[in-house]
Design a protein around this ligand. Sequence first.
Ligand SMILES: [Zn+2]
Length: 243
Amino acid sequence: MSVIKELKIDFISSGKKNFIYPTLIKYKNELILIDTGYPNMISKLEKAFQNNGESFSNLTRIWITHHDHDHIGSLHAIREKYPHIKVYAGAGEVPYIEGREIPLRMKQAVELQTHLSEEEQNEGLIFQKYLKSVEPDKVDFLLYDDMLLLDGNIKVIATPGHTKGHVSFYFHEEKTLIAGDALVIENNKLELPFPQFAENLETAKNSAKKLAQCPISKVLCYHGGTKEGSSFDIKKEILNAST
Ligand SMILES: [Zn+2]
């Protein structure tokens, strides 16, 4: 069995306190972090590890669900401080994580800029500058659909749609899904993330349908936290969200 812990990391967005939920996995000698938060969150992540009785210096791997700035924002800083950590991500995300291609959010921001009112334009430019500030880093190992990790207890599920190479992680024994941004929790319900952010909404829906095929009693969503329930109810909720 793996130890799966939800980390709750706070940040301020539009003047309000908000949270993201990276995941900490412990299995034998491996200590794994799934997703690395926004830029400049390393000390918050280190603190969250401490609060769970773990030390960041024992971290062995980082698994990235996808290349968005709130998932890879602190990756480079973590690796500068802890260069021994190995980074894993889906092949479709690698050119963006490594900074060789323009990320989807930047393309969307540039496109949106032309539709913004004069007052909004400055804010739009600030957001673009912020996206540009995300430092790229190298991916060491590729994750692919159906790949088994940690002695076969964990399956990688390719969940494209939100981004092209998005992956989620399914823990067989624990019937637990780490959804990344393939699903979010809103008002205590599993939903798809904002459709306007999806690279391909239909693909995102199909990915959610694929997730619904697994027996799941717990879902950890990066945005919204943890949802628990019977496999039947969770499946129904995911299917509802994906129609
Ligand atoms: Zn995302």
